[in-house]
Design a protein. Structure first.
Length: 244
């Protein structure tokens, strides 16, 4: 197995508050990792430091063999990192298809692949919308979507840049049981297509179904990392999170 993402000694402060403290984490190419922890434990901050939305003050992030420290978010996207936001952030005034066209064009130009014909871009938009079950709504605006459709659009937007690693930050909050199943199936399908996936989630049923490995953050520190069945029985994890 090859290490795709390698985080070493990562630290992040907000003023005097230590949000992340000495995080060590490796993610293998092709893996499905679950990341859990109480609200405010630093999960989204970690995602932000990986993706370049925030810059960490300490430690390093290596991705596909390259050091990312100091690179901006769009430069990391170009290298194959994508994330969905906890609160979906579509372009409100653009149709679903147009929402995908932007990251597709960006990915194409970033790869220096030359001009992709309009028809090929349209086809890629349709494929992506089909992938997440939104093909029928290609010409609608984001405000016409239900909550689960919005989450699917957010995932499709992340996938449009053809990432090596997708980080889904609480993509299931507020969804029904069957909708949660749909998102799990979607993430597992993407993983089957070769995309490494980190899933941040509170719904433990989803976490256990999805994760091949589980890491736990509490108050900015990683307190456990291992086989899901072992991690959920770990006394410290139960005390700090699952026992809540
Ligand atoms: P989680 O995603 O695990 O719920 P976050 O990473 O969002 O946690 O937040 C971790 C801590 O850092 C929280 O106490 C939060 O209030 C704080 N925090 C997050 N982002 C910022 C920011 N931009 N400025 C100041 N504090 C922040
Ligand atoms: Mg969060």
């Amino acid at each position: 197995m090859t290490v795709l993402l390698h985080i070493e000694g990562l630290g992040k402060r907000f003023g005097g508050f230590v949000a992340l403290d000495g995080i060590e984490l490796e993610v293998q190419d092709g893996e499905r990792l679950g990341l859990i922890g109480p609200n405010g434990s630093g999960k989204s901050t970690l995602v932000n430091c990986i993706c370049g939305t925030l810059q960490n003050e300490q430690g390093s992030v290596r991705f596909a063999g390259e050091k990312l420290d100091g690179l901006l978010a769009h430069e990391r996207t170009r290298r194959g990192l994508a994330r969905s936001f906890q609160l979906p952030r579509p372009f409100a005034s653009l149709s679903l298809a147009e929402n995908l066209r932007i990251p597709i064009l960006y990915a194409v130009s970033a790869r220096g692949a030359g001009a992709l014909a309009g028809a090929a871009i349209d086809a890629r938009c349709r494929d992506l919308l089909g992938e997440v079950g939104l093909a029928e709504k290609a010409d609608r605006l984001p405000r016409d979507l239900t909550q689960i459709e919005m989450r699917k659009l957010e995932l499709a937007r992340a996938m449009a840049a053809e990432p090596k690693l997708l980080i889904a930050d609480e993509a299931m909050a507020g969804l029904s049981h069957t909708e949660v199943d749909e998102i799990i199936a979607l993430l597992i399908r993407l993983n089957g297509q070769g995309v490494t996936v980190i899933m941040i989630e509170h719904i433990m049923r989803a976490v256990m179904e999805f994760s091949q490995r589980l890491a736990v953050l509490v108050a900015g520190k990683k307190i456990a990392d291992g086989a899901p069945k072992d991690v959920v029985r770990d006394a410290e994890v139960v005390r700090a999170y699952l026992g809540e």
